[in-house]
Design a protein around this ligand. Sequence first.
Ligand SMILES: *Cc1c(COP(=O)(O)O)cnc(C)c1O
Length: 495
Amino acid sequence: MDLLYKSTRSSEGTVTASQAILKGLADDGGLFVPVSVPKLDVTMEELKGMTYQETAYAVMKQFLTDFTEEELKHCIACAYDTKFDTEVIAPLVKVGDTYHLELFHGATIAFKDMALSILPHLLTTSAKKNHVKNEIVILTATSGDTGKAALAGFADVPGTRIIVFYPKNGVSRVQELQMVTQKGNNTAVVAIHGNFDNAQSGVKAIFEDKEFGTELADAGYQFSSANSINIGRLVPQVVYYVYAYAKLLEYGEIESGEEINVTVPTGNFGNILAAYYAKLMGVPIAKLICASNENKVLFDFFKTGKYDKNREFVLTSSPSMDILISSNLERLIYTAGGQDAEKTKALMYALKTDGVYEITEEMKERLKDFVGGYATEEETAQKIHDTYQSAGYVMDTHTAVAAYVSKSYREAGGDMKKMLVASTASPYKFAGSVMTAIDDKYNGIEDFALIDELEKVSGMPVPNAIKEIRNAQILHKRECDAAQMKAAVKEILNV
Ligand SMILES: *Cc1c(COP(=O)(O)O)cnc(C)c1O
């Protein structure tokens, strides 16, 4: 029997995994969730000896049951290959008394590569399976990292087009250059005058515009999403938590069955939700610690049960977490509400109209595995500085938010379980902020100028992703107002 998926906003109708991947978002604006999260059908003993690719198969086959073994193994082999600069794909590194799972060894040096290297393959396989004849147009809003990872994944993939929207002043210099220099005949990049939430809401509105959908279908196109609202983004992320646990066991860092805690630097709530799914699959994870920057809407939510996005949007040194509407939280709300689609729909409607909703005490109780924490700009910089001083390890700003939060969690509550920190970007991507944190003397110097300095202090070679953009030609110059995104899509697709 196939594992089926349904929308968080409607109790009717189910789709297969491949259909959910193709659609991205459900017709009613809800997110697809599996009717129940499957359990692992292999033991930790078996997982211990597995490669990343083997682990990926063991995990993903449980979710994507309408893919054949051959199809899924092919997707995995195409995704996790020499695009990664290490054979282990996601190295586990001990830094002081925490374990960093380095998720930035892919083509665009951010953890988004973990899912976006495989999504194009899952999507084209899904299209074949469902006899789709239309060209698939990937519409993506990005706070910086998704955009490049999606562009790299979809560039020149036959049968697909990709359009990326990013906030003009909301990404780092390196992030912007990575996107606007993207090659590939099927790629388009648009800077919008607005923030990430504007970009994401714009994309969602285009998805929900049925008339536009019909118009496009007549022209031979259909939309899908590369954002983490697509279940095809979420499932590949479950893998690395299973893998990390198995490696901790293999290296003798934990005993069989020992519970660990996980801290995840969070924006759209995709990565931490994947960790939660890993827990539901059977990985002994106790607490899921959700780390925010100064846009701490999630911290407040886990503390009070009230989600309130009506607040100032802060531009921080961890731009990929500058988000006030964390889309994937909807999936958790749905679970916490006992899979009640009507309730989820009402809460999401309140969020859209009033910018705020509050969950019941009972729902709050079901979320007690989650703990919120946040780091200010100063605390983030201090953490980068101190870790460099004490361990000689250089981390990026997003990872530093998580590292700070994991430390304060331990100090506050005395819960000393082994701590896994998701390390989500290479420091090279945020060289300016990282180097300034290490030493004031770099203040005011532009990201690019600091790359060579970063190589000296970190001892980590400059990644290809950075070398590539140093002299690359700018190929995308399009800009538009947030309200004009639909018009931009029409222009790009020529409809
Ligand atoms: C996207 C991103 C995050 C946030 O991940 P979510 O899945 O959106 O919560 C954190 N760090 C980096 C570097 C990112 O690119």
